[in-house]
Structures are given as structure tokens and as C-alpha cells.
Design a protein around this ligand. Structure first.
Ligand code: FE
Ligand code: CA
Length: 518
């Protein structure tokens, strides 16, 4: 789609609808199987997991007091897919039945689509229509592709700023949004609140659903979902801060922790355009890691860095989870894993055999080192890859062993814009640069202060760029010759008056590992 058409489309449909009062989205009744008193599509629509011939379309019905009788029923939802923004050329219709066991969420895996093609879609239940969403399929696997445009995003604490970054994302011409985790936050920090979570810290399915409802009601977030397909990975806050597999910071009994994780994963599935829900045999498990290809241009992996990882090394015995650790022998334990054995094997195999021009390894946190010197040795943040140095070495050794060029890793979690060199031995100029890293800052969540940031920057020569002060997202533009990263930012806290600027731009050139400042 040309940018002009895209802008016209945005004005006409997604953003306009998403930002208008919900009741105006209810059209005149087409059929009268249910007359809604209030709009049931209040959480908007979303598309995700774009493939050359398929995409996932999502919505979820919500019930006000006036429509509560419907909340216990199985309801039939109609889906229409169109080839044009004016909704004149309908290419598919389907009906899906949903009920309370899945929170009345709707996941439509729409297939038999054309590659590199724009589609528009909407849902209907009774006399209520959803907003219109736009999506786009991936190119054919063997297609020559001129560019891939991604918005890389993560960490949207509702209380710590407005989702203005999503408004900016909604207006960009993109192939997809790559969201790398902390979509919701379970916890609060009143010190930095510009608005408040409703309800207490979620632990049950009902509470996690309530938290997603609050986030998903945000019109700017809805606009970004309605405008583009999303490729999603979670991090820790979708369950609880700093969790690792079945461990949390409070050393909760693992069986209890897994119950909470099952509730959180179920709520995640119910609110996102993802393919699979929790495993029916073990609802605490849900496979989210995935791989997609963009013609001959790129392979993209999305890695789950929470569900299978070893617990953080050298945890505080009272308050577990992430912290800075010194003289921690466990760091050199080769059995400790960030991805878990099965995912690591899958990645090693898939990455080693990739024949596409660019290999984009998206994972939830930061791979490059951020350790700082102390009088008793270097101090490492044990929650990111610095806390899993043997796993990091195996990942980068795969790149070396398979003689892979053009590996770029993409991350989030640390609320900081990062451009970095990746070497087998971090910060050692004798160790060759084998890959390049971009980490995006947070949509809203507060970053590290200026002083610690300066120390980290000075202590790690591989960090070419390290800015935790601003909020935003990153535009990643992939062409056959380069991967470009534009850090799009606004001051903290992200507010409605602030505009977006480009903090810095870096480029990784073909066959030349390491980002270069533009
Ligand atoms: Fe975060
Ligand atoms: Ca996180």
C-alpha cells in the first residue's frame, strides 16, 4: 500500500474508530440475534502472526451490567475479511463460537490468503460491529523483498505514562509490530504514577483478565493493534516481576507459582492474536517461541526467555529475582540455561540452517554486557543475559560455528535504547564481533537514572549507544544491504503533549557485523 493510501485509510478507519466513543461503532442492526445495550467490542481488534498465506485475527467480547445475560452463553461471532479499506470487496466470511471458558475471546486463524497483501477485517455479534482492523500477510517464502519494516516495542507500564508511542506506531507504514514483552504490569510503583491500575495485583485468571481489560481499553494501544499485525513475545511482568520458570522473587512454593503462571498464560492467550493457548495437559505451559520468514530477505525468531530459564544465579535468599551480583561462581555453570534445552536446540538447528539474507533473533531482554567494576570484581545484572553468560556464549558460538553473517539481535526489557557489538568475549577487542544488537527503550516504563547509566556506558566498550532516559520504540528497517534502527523517543513520562523525535539512528551493513552511527 502506498503511504498516501495508508494515511487515508488510517484517517477513515482504524484510528478514527479507535479514538471515537465506543457507542458510535455500533452500526444499525444487520440481523437481530442480539441487541446489545453497550458495545461488546470495547477491547478493539488485533491481528498477528503474519504468514504468506495466513494471519490470526482476534477480538474479545465484553459484557456490561446491561448485557450480563449474554456472559454465560456460547455466542456466535461473524468475521468478514475484505481486500479493500472501503469494505467493498469481501474475500472471506466465517463464524466462530466462543464462550466463558475462554473469556469470550475470539481467535480466527484465517488461511488461503495471498502473500504481501493488505486485508481489512471486522467482527460482528448480533447488532454490534467491531472496529475495522488492517493487516498484511508476509511475502511468499521465495520472494525477493525490497524491505521489511518493523516497530520494535516493549514495556508499557500503564501507570507510568500514556501510550503515545502506539499512536506514533499506528501512523507508520509497517509490516508488523514486534512486541517483546511486559505488555501488562502486575505491580505498581505509586512514585511514578501518572494514572492508576484498577484492582489489586493479579494472581487469578479473573484478576489478570481485569488487568488486560484496562490496558486493552486504551484507544492508542487499540489504534496500533488495528493498524498493523503484531508478532508477540512475553517477558516477566505478564506473570510477575523477575520470575524464572517456576520461581518467583518471594520463593513461593513452585506448585503455587505454576498455578499463577497458568492463570497468567490463559489471560495472555485470551487477549492476544497468538496461535496456541496453554497446553491442555499442562495449563501452566504455553509455547510462544516461534519463527517467521520474510521472503528471501529475513528469518525472524522470537525467543521465550522466561518460561524455561534457570533461576537467576546467586539470588538474595530473602528477596529473590534480579539483582547485581559479584563473585558469583554459578555464573560459569554451563548447565544454566536462558531458553531451556528444547528451545535452545530448536534455535541452534533453525539458525544454523537459515539461508535468508538477515537473521533477526528477537528475544525479550539484553544480550550485550552491562557489568560494572567494583573493588571486589565486576558486578553483573543477573536477570539479563549477563546472568546467563554460558548460554550467551553458546548462542554466539552457534553463529560462529555455522559461519553466519548478518545476525542482528533485537530486545527489550531494560527500558533503554541500546546499540551494541556482540562478541564471544564481551568488551574484548581481541574477540571478533560476530553479531549486532539493538534493544528498544520502553513505551512508558521508567528507565535507569543518568548516573548508573553513565557508569555502565563507560564500563562496557561494546555499548555504542546506551540511553535509558527517554521512552518510545524503535523502527527497524531491513533491506538486502542493511538493517537500520531509528530510536523514536519522547521524554519521560510519556504524555499527550510530547511529540516524537529520532534520538539516534544506527545501521548494520551487509557482511559487516557491528552497528554504525548514521
Ligand atoms: Fe519492563
Ligand atoms: Ca521485564
Amino acid at each position: 500500500m502506498k503511504r498516501r493510501d495508508f494515511n487515508r485509510y488510517l484517517q477513515r478507519s482504524a484510528v478514527a474508530l479507535a479514538l471515537s466513543p465506543w457507542l458510535t461503532a455500533i452500526a444499525t442492526p444487520a440481523s437481530t440475534d442480539r441487541a446489545w445495550r453497550t458495545h461488546p467490542f470495547a477491547l478493539g481488534v488485533a491481528s498477528g502472526r503474519p504468514r504468506a498465506d495466513s494471519v490470526l485475527l482476534w477480538t474479545r467480547l465484553l459484557f456490561s451490567e446491561d448485557d450480563l445475560t449474554a456472559s454465560t452463553e456460547a455466542l456466535r461471532v461473524h468475521l468478514e475479511v475484505f481486500a479493500d479499506a472501503a469494505l467493498q470487496h469481501r474475500v472471506q466470511t466465517t463464524q466462530l463460537v466462543t464462550d466463558a471458558t475462554r473469556g469470550h475471546s475470539v481467535h480466527a486463524h484465517v488461511q488461503h490468503l495471498q502473500p504481501s497483501t493488505d486485508y481489512w477485517y471486522r467482527f460482528r455479534q448480533g447488532d454490534a460491529f467491531s472496529a475495522v482492523g488492517h493487516t498484511r500477510t508476509a511475502p511468499a517464502l521465495n520472494a525477493e523483498v525490497a524491505h521489511l519494516r518493523i516497530a520494535l516495542a516493549s514495556c508499557q507500564h500503564y501507570e507510568q505514562g500514556l501510550f503515545v508511542a502506539h499512536q506514533d506506531i499506528a501512523q507508520q507504514p509497517l509490516d508488523f509490530v514486534l512486541f517483546m514483552g511486559d505488555y501488562i504490569y502486575e505491580s505498581s510503583n505509586p512514585q511514578y504514577a501518572v494514572r492508576l491500575h484498577s484492582g489489586e495485583e493479579p494472581k487469578t485468571l479473573a484478576q489478570y483478565r481485569q488487568r488486560y481489560e484496562q490496558y486493552k481499553r486504551d484507544p492508542m494501544l487499540q489504534a496500533a493493534h488495528a493498524a498493523h499485525p503484531w508478532v508477540l513475545m512475553w517477558d516477566d511482568h505478564e506473570v510477575v516481576n523477575d520470575y524464572a520458570n517456576d520461581q518467583d522473587r518471594k520463593y513461593t512454593d513452585p506448585q503455587q507459582m505454576l498455578k499463577r503462571r497458568a492463570a497468567a498464560y490463559q489471560a495472555y492467550f485470551e487477549h492476544q492474536p497468538v496461535l496456541l493457548g496453554p497446553d491442555t495437559n499442562n495449563p501452566a505451559n504455553m509455547r510462544l517461541y516461534d519463527q517467521l520468514s520474510w521472503g528471501k530477505l529475513a528469518d525472524v525468531w522470537t525467543l521465550d526467555c522466561r518460561q524455561y530459564r534457570s533461576a537467576q544465579a546467586c539470588r538474595d535468599p530473602v528477596r529473590g529475582g534480579g539483582r547485581m551480583v559479584v563473585q558469583c561462581e554459578a555464573l560459569s555453570d554451563p548447565t544454566r540455561s536462558m531458553l531451556g534445552q528444547a528451545q535452545e536446540r530448536w534455535l541452534t538447528d533453525s539458525l544454523s540452517h537459515s539461508k535468508r539474507q538477515w537473521k533477526l533473533v528477537a528475544q525479550a531482554t539484553q544480550i550485550s554486557a552491562t557489568s560494572v567494576p567494583t573493588p571486589v570484581g565486576r558486578s553483573y545484572w543477573n536477570d539479563a543475559w549477563d546472568g546467563y553468560p554460558q548460554a550467551r556464549k553458546r548462542l554466539l558460538q552457534t553463529v560462529v560455528d555455522a559461519q553466519l553473517q548478518n545476525v542482528v539481535t533485537l530486545g527489550g526489557d531494560v527500558h533503554c535504547n541500546v546499540a551494541a557489538n556482540l562478541r564471544l568475549e564481551p568488551n574484548n577487542p581481541q574477540s571478533p564481533i560476530v553479531a549486532s544488537e539493538f534493544v528498544t527503550t520502553s513505551i512508558t516504563s521508567r528507565g535507569l537514572g543518568d548516573k548508573p547509566a553513565a557508569v555502565i556506558r563507560e564500563s562496557n566498550a561494546d555499548l555504542l549507544h546506551y540511553r535509558p532516559d527517554e521512552r518510545g520504540y524503535s523502527l527497524i528497517t531491513v533491506t538486502p544491504d542493511a538493517v537500520r534502527c531509528d530510536f523514536r523517543t519522547t521524554p519521560f513520562p510519556a504524555g499527550s503533549e510530547a511529540g516524537f523525535k529520532t534520538q539516534a539512528s544506527y545501521v548494520v551493513k551487509r557482511d559487516q557485523a557491528g552497528p554504525q552511527l548514521l
